[in-house]
Ligand binder design. Structure first.
Ligand SMILES: [Zn+2]
Ligand SMILES: [Zn+2]
Length: 295
């Protein structure tokens, strides 16, 4: 039992440490990260479980529960496809809604990367709680697989719609959040469903190959995206390059030290006063210059 708890906590702590490393310019406090991750994971996990149980018994008529149906091979192909789609859509939507609810209330969302960070933490919290459930049911052996493949799966899917959330909060604040995140949420849900369907139906060897490919792809994409987003911040000094942190003279549009553009995905540079301003701003909040006239 002690080994199981150690194994379980190691998986959670290792991924938490890895996620936090990317938040460099203005790191979020541990208290906020832990409370959003734990509360968001717990609430989204419980709500998702409740909705899925209702759906399975009322719509699919699977009163025995899907796990038993899959194990006993009593579920049909259509049922398995519906089960996979249901899991992907409901779990990702619940995680996203929990992130939207808790991140702004308990976190300090002031940089685009914060949206992605809290999304991943809710994904981590969700996976860690789910892992405990599986560990109790199937024992310690299942935890190693889940720590290596299922946690990054949940975190990686969350990163996808987390990027949508960063767009919603920092680039398109006038638009309903759910409209902006819908495409990325759908992609995450379909990837999640695809993995689950393969896990339900394929041989152990095929699942392993698929899980390794997905893990490498998600890690590669997450690393690239987080590195880029980690540089987007309103906390940089006037003329400071987000790539190499060199200080540039007023009016610079490119960094004199490394050539990187000072205009970013989420932040523009005011041509009048050189202040870093949100990409959606029509007037410079610092000097009042009309930004649309400059382009
Ligand atoms: Zn530079
Ligand atoms: Zn200005």
């Amino acid at each position: 039992m002690a080994f199981l708890i150690l194994n379980w906590l190691t998986g959670a702590a290792a991924w938490f440490w890895l996620i936090r490393r990317y938040d460099r310019i203005d790191p979020e406090p541990y208290r906020a990260m832990l409370s959003v991750g734990i509360l968001g994971g717990l609430v989204s996990g419980l709500v998702a479980l409740e909705i899925m149980t209702l759906f399975e018994s009322m719509v699919l008529g699977m009163s025995e529960g899907w796990m038993t149906a899959v194990e006993n091979e009593t579920a049909t192909i259509t049922e398995l496809i519906i089960l996979a789609l249901e899991t992907g859509l409901i779990e990702e939507s619940c995680k996203a809604l929990a992130t939207i609810y808790f991140a702004k209330r308990l976190g300090e969302v002031d940089e685009p990367i914060d949206a992605v960070l809290y999304a991943m933490l809710v994904g981590l919290g969700f996976a860690v709680i789910e892992n405990l459930n599986y560990a109790i049911e199937y024992g310690n052996g299942t935890l190693l697989w889940r720590n290596i493949f299922c946690i990054p799966g949940h975190v990686g899917y969350a990163l996808l719609w987390g990027c949508g959330l960063a767009q919603a909060w920092f680039a398109k604040p006038g638009r309903p959040v759910l409209v902006t995140i819908a495409p990325t949420l759908l992609i995450a849900a379909l990837l999640h469903a695809g993995y689950d369907y393969i896990a339900f139906t394929a041989s152990n060897a095929a699942i392993t190959v698929y899980a390794v490919i997905q893990l490498v792809a998600l890690l590669w994409y997450a690393h690239r995206r987080l590195k880029a987003l980690g540089r987007e911040s309103p906390h940089l000094a006037l003329g400071e390059c987000s790539a190499c942190r060199a200080k540039n003279p007023r009016g610079s549009q490119y960094c004199a030290a490394c050539g990187e553009s000072l205009v970013q995905e989420f932040y523009n540079i005011c041509a009048e006063c050189s202040h870093r301003i949100p990409i959606h701003a029509r007037y410079c909040p610092n000097c009042g210059a009309n930004i649309s006239n400059m382009i």
